[in-house]
Design a protein around this ligand. Sequence first.
Ligand SMILES: [Zn+2]
Length: 75
Amino acid sequence: MSRLLFLLAVIVVVFLLLRAYRRKAPRQQDAAAEAEAEEMVRCAKCGVHLPKSESILAGGNFYCSDAHRREHTSK
Ligand SMILES: [Zn+2]
């Protein structure tokens, strides 16, 4: 009987470990995907490449700074 309880305990531990692992794994994949998904855009004024989240979007063009946006759009 004690052997059966031990076997049951092992199954429960394995199940819990698998569940914890599965819960953890997709989060790591999401973080990696997000880091890779950061799109690089080019400043329409000076041509420098920067992450899309740090760029300024105006009139369908990306700019590295507000100064370049103003210079380029004022022409
Ligand atoms: Zn620029």
